[in-house]
Design a protein around this ligand. Sequence first.
Ligand code: SF4
Length: 409
Amino acid sequence: MREVLRSADSIPTSVVDPIAGEFDALSPAYDVISAARTGQPAGAIAGGPVRALQVRAVPPAPLPMAQAGALVPSPSSVDGTLPLADRFGRVASDIRISLTDRCNLRCEYCMPAEGLPWQPREEHLTADEIIRISRVLVGLGIRTIRLTGGEPLLRKDLPEIIAALHAIPELEDVALTTNGVLLERQAAAIAAAGGARLNVSLDSADPEEFKAITRRDDLDRVLAGLVEARRHPELRPIKINAVALKGVTEGALDGLLAVASSVDAELRFIEPMPLDADRAWTPDDGLSGAQLRDLLAQRGELRPVETAKSATAQRYELGPGGQVVGFISSVTEPFCASCDRLRLTADGQLRSCLFSHDETDLRTALRAGASADELEALIRGAVWAKPQGHGMNEPGFEPPDRPMSAIGG
Ligand code: SF4
């Protein structure tokens, strides 16, 4: 329970938050956290004008030592040298930053044909705001930033953002997830900006099937985008992500394997998740990783490939040619126990988990003048409270309010 300490004349002086520690009551960080957690408009609790004061944090009382899934002692929350850890001992090192909720495709497992009520552009983080938050995140130990959407290539300032990310010294890895429709036109500019590891979403290499899934006749543009990307060493490695759709992917396998091989890309299959805007998802919509491995094993021997502990995909080499295929099986083989990922939405909400029901509003804090320390405290508080897992297989599971297109993959 949060405790409010008061001066003699009952003005709130500081607040002890069980997760984020103690804050000066008048700091923007205090306001925003209160707003995020109590739903009251920012500033309502503090009551006075917002002043940027130095945030002090006192770590909460230590908790019992870690067993798998058990809570772990919280590190002192604003000691910058300490890892960006959650209560389960997982350390965040990877963030997906959504640049927009808009998309130029209408995939039937993601959104309705008419699209969604897009967020006003002024609510989206500017390039400068993205970089400011990214600098704080990298200071906290984030080493990979993946740019996503909606469709990130719809952002005109994408090359500028990529170049500015590459200018952050400790950032090791910039990646980009795109549907590839605008890739042929923008590949050179992205490469010139310093490049990015590329994930291209493609569920079928059959024009009619592609059109039926995406409600757009753009397969040729996606394939041309892959060929163009292949020409730029700054856009490596290339991975193709196919959502594993029952009644579709079985027939699409050979076409996808051929496209992936032609552009020297790794092909990964993603189990569909309950993040569609129509809330129509059922567990029977998709093919599981195990089912797909059985199907691919009919095409050649599958040999496991060593993969990083926190990686989302289980990877294999297929047949004599050794083409690499991967399986992202978050529904049937969850990988939450080793999750090192965070998400920042286009409108500046930090999500510690794809399926979080909680968000921390970094945009309001930033625009209210929050210092790097205050942003850091907000981020640490949010990460500390990260849920143990997605809970999809638990009774009473509720998908998050936001669809995937407004979170970013
Ligand atoms: S569902 Fe959440 S905790 Fe699990 S892997 Fe995804 S982001 Fe991580």
